[in-house]
Design a binder for this molecule. Structure first.
Ligand code: EPZ
Length: 422
């Protein structure tokens, strides 16, 4: 298995172009199943998770062509041949649950293997299922599969007990072809959900309230395939800004929507970094007042849980105390023991992590446990004294396009080494 070899201590300088957003592209690719004909998606990142969801829709009957050089994905839907997604596909990626909404809407039926727990928490799907039930579907759980069926879906009023990105997206995809009006309350306002909604509207869906906590959808008879460009990835953008910050270099990220990372930019400002931004770029550079701060994860527009591990890593190398409160997932501190191996001084109390800043981390062999925890280790290694080897980098392949190549282009000394025994 491949691993990263990173020589830390070089301040990163230069500019990086940010790729399309994984978490917007995933539901949009699935939503293409809602219309017959050819959908063309631009700015689709070439990632393992994207290749997995492509396999899922192909299994269901779509034909695809992914030009990874141009990040262009063509999806052709003529008829759906399966309404069932097997465990082999779901177990590698929870986002496979997204097929339930479109399949129910189009075929009146869908069976998806129930996703198990995962590295960052229990992650139930009860809100997705209650929403489908509210729209008239019957849900049966048997042999590890969730089967949803409905002779026809009808519009409904449904309030989500907790803000959920996945449930908001899945229910929107079901409601666009349902009979009548659906009102979803306590919706996720994440840019990924808004991007899915914009795609659906371009296909002919009637949706209002995108980007607010109340979304209203008036079902239509039919949707048409379109050409659409996916938004930039705010988490990749944030990860690169933190890479610049942790090495006390100056990084500019291009092709981004600064409003999508406002909470991070505010936090970096509090930590003593100078933040400048334009229409589609942001740059961050250090001042001589670097310090820790308090970060609490929250649904959008709050601080994203997906940048919690990266910002903790930055805090653990900033003078003073840095406090991180994780409110979204119950087990999202798996990077902490690995960071400790590299000399970080972090104490955990329930969902609160307190870092006492150290001047420098020191290289040690470490392992990724999930995508964002993995990014945190890369950031730590960029700062650390010595050469760090990071294993299980397939976690980062799921969500960062050409991570090592992009880091090298701004001066990082990072090598992806093939082979290795674990
Ligand atoms: C999405 O996951 C993202 N994944 C995650 O990114 C991200 O961390 C998360 O949203 C929060 O922003 C994709 O978009 C593919 P949720 P999702 O439903 O939709 C609970 C990454 O690294 N909940 O918003 O699964 C849940 O357990 C990944 O790119 C229920 O209780 O997250 C969590 O505590 C990791 N019942 C909270 O809600 C449900 O039915 C928010 O989860 C659904 C969720």
């Amino acid at each position: 298995m491949d691993y990263y070899r990173i020589q830390g201590g070089t301040p990163l300088e230069g500019s990086v172009r940010i790729s399309g957003a994984k978490n917007a592209a995933l539901p949009i690719i699935v939503a293409s199943l809602l219309a017959d004909g050819e959908t063309v998606l631009e700015n689709v990142p070439n990632l393992m998770d994207i290749r997995t969801i492509i396999r899922v829709i192909e299994y269901l009957g779509a034909r695809t062509e992914f030009d990874t050089q141009r990040n262009l994905l063509r999806i052709r839907v003529e008829s759906l041949k399966n309404a069932e997604v097997p465990y082999e596909l779901v177990k590698t990626m929870r986002a496979s649950i997204y097929v339930m909404g479109p399949l129910l809407a189009r075929t009146g039926e869908s069976t998806v293997s129930l996703p198990g727990g995962c590295a960052i928490g229990e992650r139930p799907v009860d809100i997705h299922l209650s929403g489908f039930e509210a729209m008239g579907a019957r849900i049966d759980l048997e042999h590890g599969n969730i089967r949803a069926s409905a002779s026809s879906l009808s519009g409904a009023q449904f309030a989500m007990r907790k803000v959920s990105v996945g449930a908001t997206a899945n229910l929107m995809m079901a409601a666009v072809l349902a009979k009548g009006t659906t009102v979803l309350e306590n919706c996720a306002m994440e840019p990924d959900v808004v991007d899915l909604g914009s795609f659906l509207m371009k296909m002919g869906a009637r949706i209002s309230g995108l980007g607010t906590d109340r979304i209203e959808i008036e079902g239509v008879e039919k949707l048409s395939p379109v050409t659409y460009s996916v938004i930039p990835d705010r988490i990749e953008a944030g990860t690169f800004l933190i890479a610049g910050a942790i090495t006390r270099g100056k990084i500019t990220i291009n092709g981004v929507i600064p409003d999508h990372i406002a909470a991070l930019l505010g936090t970096l400002g509090e930590m003593g970094y100078r933040v400048e931004s334009g229409n589609d770029w942001v740059s961050v550079s250090p001042t001589n007042r670097i310090t820790g701060t308090i970060v609490r994860t929250h649904p959008f527009p709050g601080f994203p849980t997906d940048l919690q591990a990266p910002i903790m890593t930055l805090g653990s190398t900033s003078p003073g105390l840095h406090v991180v409160i994780e409110t979204i997932f119950e087990n999202r501190f798996t990077h902490v023991p690995e960071l400790r191996r590299m000399g970080a001084d972090i104490t955990i109390e329930g969902n609160v992590a307190i870092a006492r800043g150290v001047e420098s981390l020191s290289a040690a062999p470490v392992m990724m446990s999930d995508l964002r925890a993995g990014a945190a280790l890369v950031l730590a290694a960029l700062q650390a004294k010595g050469i760090t080897e990071i294993r299980r980098i397939y976690h980062c392949d799921r969500g960062y396009e050409d991570l090592d190549g992009k880091l090298r282009s701004i001066g990082a000394v990072i090598e992806r080494v093939s082979g290795g025994s674990f």
